[in-house]
Ligand binder design. Structure first.
Ligand code: NAD
Length: 415
């Protein structure tokens, strides 16, 4: 499975390289990670036993700047998957035109089985093990699946203790009181709505009263639903891992956000609706579908039944290549993950900039800068899509690969 993900990432690069007639040597550089660190480290568990964990930090490409990417705690984490995710981070940062390369990290662990004390010890030891490759000028981690602001605080504190002074810029996604940014929590969902507005403009779709279905009611999905409702859309279906709810006349999203956001199973307490499975949810009548949960949800089995005209990929990798082809044939516009959900890394970049200069912006300043950045990225991808007569995913890949390869050529190959 993880080898498949890496093969898929390399296949996407291969297609973009063909469009760009990329030099084979440069293609080879981009298809491999610059640095892969594997670590095995012990943690004394609460029962006194020693358990050894395996972790990774992979830096795919740092030509355009320090590398950036999340740290994942999950039982499926391995080196190939981490490498593929690092490569996608390189492209996402390049599409958003951030001065970053891509990285990813992770520990193979089931966090649900750890006590808070074990989680903290694991995090501090892992941070110490990867300290030889991370740093506020070199490689800046952030939260991902299984990690959060508290884990980032422990990493920041561990690196600061070892440096002898506080280094808030070593990670992003921190709580506000430790140098986190206003607007970071909502950034990915907010960016998805901006991408939706731009796509709707291009398609001539009026979002006032447009019907929207959102899969996943966590950080990305619930925020995207709330902001879309604020801007006049009607959210008819939402779901979490336990299943979905549907009302063709609209759901009270602000009320559901307050009670159910990030709290699996709570959506079912709302009664003025039909209940649907996650699969049925994806096939509901609507104008826009925002998959914001997990990968590989839109496949060759269900793509034909999707009724939306526009898909905004809040999640990473929710659409398989076969489903992509079906959507292209049906004229359904898919705004790809490396563009649609880039709001998170854009505001992580803002957080890092604020930390380095010790000068902080208010929420509306952050939101306005995010808005400008997302619309500019969308326009860049849209213009490449028309120029190369391809779909939006490949256009985003082309622009990213072009930016990274041009930076490599301009810098030259050392020595
Ligand atoms: P989250 O954990 O806050 O929320 C995930 C949601 O998906 C929850 O509501 C959960 O119940 C639901 N879910 C889990 N398994 C499901 C299943 N099998 N079917 C349907 N729903 C399911 O996570 P998040 O931060 O909102 O991230 C969601 C997606 O967005 C992930 O793919 C993540 O990689 C991607 N993403 C997140 C960010 C960010 O800043 N949070 C940035 C970029 C991309």
């Amino acid at each position: 499975m993880s080898a498949d993900v890496l093969a898929m990432a390399r296949q996407q690069l291969g297609i973009a390289a063909k469009y760009l007639d990329l030099d084979p040597g440069l293609h080879e550089v981009l298809s491999r990670p610059k640095r892969q660190l594997s670590v095995n480290f012990p943690v004394v568990m609460d029962n006194g036993e020693v358990q050894v964990f395996e972790g990774f930090r992979v830096q795919h490409n740092g030509t355009r700047g320090p590398t950036k990417g999340g740290i994942r705690y999950h039982h499926d984490v391995d080196l190939d998957e981490t490498t593929a995710l690092a490569m996608w981070m390189t492209w996402k940062c390049a599409v958003a035109n951030l001065p970053y390369g891509g990285a990813k990290g992770g520990v193979r662990v089931d966090v649900k089985k750890l006590s808070i004390r074990e989680l903290e010890k694991l995090t501090r030891r892992f941070a110490t093990e990867i300290n030889i490759v991370i740093g506020e000028r070199g490689d800046i981690p952030a939260p991902d699946i299984g990690t959060n602001g508290r884990v980032m605080s422990w990493i920041m504190d561990t690196i600061s203790m070892q440096a002898g002074y506080t280094t808030p810029g070593v990670v992003t996604g921190k709580p506000i009181e430790l140098g986190g940014s206003e607007g970071r929590v909502e950034a990915t969902g907010r960016g998805c709505v901006v991408a939706m507005e731009e796509a709707a403009r291009a398609m001539g779709m009026n979002l006032q009263g447009a019907k929207i279905v959102v899969q996943g009611f966590g950080n990305v999905g619930s925020v995207a639903a709330k902001i879309a409702e604020d801007r006049g859309a009607v959210i008819v279906g939402v779901s979490d891992a336990q299943g979905g709810i549907y009302n063709p006349n609209g759901l009270p999203i602000h009320q559901l956000y307050a009670k159910c956001s990030g709290r699996d199973g709570h959506l079912s307490e709302y009664k003025d609706c039909e209940t649907v499975s996650n699969q049925e949810l994806l096939e509901l009548p609507c104008d826009v579908l925002i998959p914001s949960a997990i990968s590989q949800q839109l496949t060759k089995e269900n793509a034909d039944k999707v009724q939306a005209r526009l898909i905004i990929e809040g999640a990473n990798g929710p659409t398989t290549p076969e489903a992509d082809d079906i959507f292209s044939d049906k004229g359904i516009l898919v705004v790809p993950d490396i563009l649609a959900n880039a709001g998170g890394v854009i505001v992580s970049y803002f957080e890092w900039v604020q930390d380095l200069q010790n000068f902080f912006w208010n929420e509306s300043e952050v939101n306005n800068k995010l808005d400008v950045h997302m619309r500019r990225s969308y326009a860049d991808v849209e213009s490449i899509m028309h120029q190369f007569k391809t779909n939006m995913r490949m256009a985003a890949m082309i622009i990213a690969v072009k930016r990274v390869s041009e930076a490599t050529i301009t810098r030259g190959i050392f020595p």
